[in-house]
Write a protein that binds this ligand. Sequence first.
Ligand code: PHE
Length: 356
Amino acid sequence: MSVIDDLRRIREEAQGAIDVAQDESALETLRVRYLGKKGSLALALRGMGQVPPSERPLVGQAVNEARDQVEALLAAAKSRLARAALEAELESTPLDVTLPGRRTALGHRHPLTRTLEDIVAIFQRLGFGVLEGPLIELDFYNFEALNFPKDHPARDMQDTFFVEPESLGALRGRQDVLLRTHTSPVQVRAMLSRRPPLRLIMPGTTFRCDSDPTHSPMFHQVEGLYVDQGVSFADLKGTLDAYAKAMFGDRPTRFRPSYFPFVEPGAEMDMACGVCGGSGQLPGGEPCRTCKASGWVEVMGAGMVHPNVFRACQVDAEKFTGFAFGFGVERIAMNRYGIDDLRLLFENDVRFLEQF
Ligand code: PHE
C-alpha cells in the first residue's frame, strides 16, 4: 500500500472520529492520535524511505495537505462543541433581558477612617500640616527623648510590646526595639529633622498590651505639636478649644493639671458631657454613666513641651517654646457613633460596618 493510500485512509478515519467527538478532551485525544509526535501522520512519514526520490516531493505535499485537513477538522469540531455548549446553557438558564440591571454595591469608608479624616481636616484649617512616622520604634524616640525616667512604668512589659530581636534584620540583636505605645515619637522625629516653626499633627497606629471592651492592643492616636518663638499656654488652650468646638459642637471645655513626662506644665482637656449636657444627671434624675456623674469627659492630654525634650531634640529651649497634645481616635468614633465595644471596630464584620 502506498504512502498516499495510507494518508487517505488516515484522513478518513480521523474525519469519522472527529465528527462524533463529544467534548474538548476527546478532541485533544484525537489530535494527539493523528497529529502528535508518535501519531498516525508521523508514522506514515516513516514510509518515505520506500518512496522513490522523484516522488518524494509529491508525497511530502500530500502529508502536509493531510495534516492541514485534520487540523481544520479539529478546529471546526471545537467551535461546533463550543456553540452547542453555549446553546445548552442558554436553554437551561432562561435569561430575561427585560429585568433591570443589578447595581454594584458601593462600600464606604470605615467609621474610624472618617473620624480621623474629620480630625485632620479641622487641624489643617487651623494651619497644621500632617506627618507620619514608623510603627516600629526605638526606645530613644518612644521614651528616652520624651523624658521618660528609666524606671517609668510605661516602659514596663505590661504596656509595651517589645520586638523579638531575632526578627529584626538590620536591627538584629537590639533590645531597644518596640511597637510605639503612642504617636509622640513622631514629635521627636519632627524636631530632629526640621527646624521650627513647626505646626504638625501626627496621626497613626499605636500599640499597647491591653485588651477589653474599651482597650485594644492596636489603636490610633493623633499627636499635635506647635513649636515657635513665643508660643504660650494660651495658644494651647485657644487651639484645642477651637478643635473641640469644630469637632463636637459648642460645648464648654476645661483644662486640669495632669502629668506626662514630656510636657511641663501638663494638662488634661475635658469637655462637657454630651449625654447629660454637663449636669452629671440624666433627665430622670439618675446619675449619667458616660461621665460617671461628673458632667465632664476627657478629651486629650496636652502641655508645654518640656525643656528636656527640646534638649534631646536639639531645639534651642531658650529661644523656642511649644505645646503638644495627643488623644485616641477610637474613643471619639465610639462616642460619635454610639459604639459600646471598641473591638467591633476591628472585626470588619460588614453587618456592623454597613450601619454607618
Ligand atoms: N502621648 C500621650 C499619651 O499617649 C498623650 C499626650 C501627647 C499628652 C502630647 C501630652 C502631650 O497618653
